[in-house]
Design a protein around this ligand. Structure first.
Ligand code: ATR
Length: 275
């Protein structure tokens, strides 16, 4: 039963108008009977700390953080989960009496979408992660926790990939290279965490880099299949998935941290796909 004022949550970003998070959390709340409101707040670059403080001082219970403020949120949090600490980025804030807690649920969302929703275990797999920016860094620890046999980070700027590999190499077998060094290598799962999709393009990859029976996963999603999803299909991927499932799963992880209950994600993913 819902009584009293609803608890307040929001997502902050720039831009924010197209965020699906308010719809996702409204569906979660309706499904689980949680008394909460969740809105999207546009924050001008440079104004994140003031906006987050104002939201908390107004009684807000928690925030999601999206581009370009995940690093600002990492700085803003008083207490970080080990995962967020490593990622150098926070997508979930909890305003608690003893301080602001920061977590990063992006990688958990990706792993859950692959392993639970699609039944694709990552243990023993050869994984290629494309990109070495914030999106790549946010998913590395949860990916390595699944114990792939190896994980290679490939990036246009190879040094950035190398820096990331060094930062995470105590967690598993992770190495780095530029795209040109991928010839004669095969991977069971290729994950696109580059920004190339914004130009409807894909990184320059060798044609045979996807192993037989391989899968592709794009962290981006769109109304139409993304360029990388199409790339995977054209190369015979068993499945070539976009990031909508990850989006809903990372939201579910945040919802659970805030409210202590797990929403059922399947009907929400279906509803967003139909939209
Ligand atoms: P995000 O937070 O989305 O990861 P980012 O930190 O700016 O954004 O990182 C963007 C990623 O996309 C980087 O890996 C970038 O490669 P560089 O490190 O070489 O810049 C990659 N990227 C962007 N445009 C690209 C392009 N045209 N071709 C290949 N990679 C590209």
């Amino acid at each position: 039963m819902q009584t009293g004022q609803p608890d307040q949550y929001a997502v902050m970003g720039y831009p924010i108008a197209h965020s699906k998070s308010p719809r996702i959390h409204a569906l979660f709340a309706a499904q689980t009977g949680q008394n909460l409101e969740y809105r999207a707040i546009l924050v001008e670059p440079g104004h994140f700390p003031a906006a987050a403080r104002a939201f908390r001082d107004g009684g807000g219970k928690g925030l999601n953080i999206t581009v370009p403020f995940k690093q600002d949120a990492w700085v803003f949090a008083d207490l970080l989960s080990a995962r967020a600490e490593r990622a150098g980025a926070v997508n979930t804030l909890l305003f608690e009496p003893n301080g602001v807690r920061g977590d990063n649920t992006d990688g958990l969302g990706l792993v859950r979408d692959l392993t639970v929703n699609h039944g694709y275990p990552l243990a023993g797999k050869r994984i290629l992660l494309l990109g070495a920016g914030g999106a790549a860094r946010g998913v590395l620890q949860p990916l390595l926790a699944e114990k792939p046999v190896r994980l290679v980070i490939a990036n246009r700027t190879a040094e950035k990939a190398l820096g990331l590999a060094l930062r995470f190499n105590d967690l598993g077998r992770v190495s780095a290279c530029g795209f040109a060094e991928l010839t004669e290598r095969r991977f069971d799962l290729i994950i696109n965490a580059t920004a190339t999709g914004l130009d409807d393009a894909v990184p320059p990859l060798p044609d045979d880099v996807l192993a037989a029976e391989g899968w592709c996963y794009d962290l981006m999603y769109g109304r139409e299949p993304t360029a990388f999803v199409r790339w995977g299909r054209e190369r015979g991927a068993v499945r070539s998935l976009d990031g909508l499932g990850m989006l809903v799963e990372q939201a579910a992880e945040s919802f659970h941290r805030w409210r202590g209950v797990w929403p059922d994600t399947a009907p929400v993913i279906t509803a967003l796909r139909e939209n």
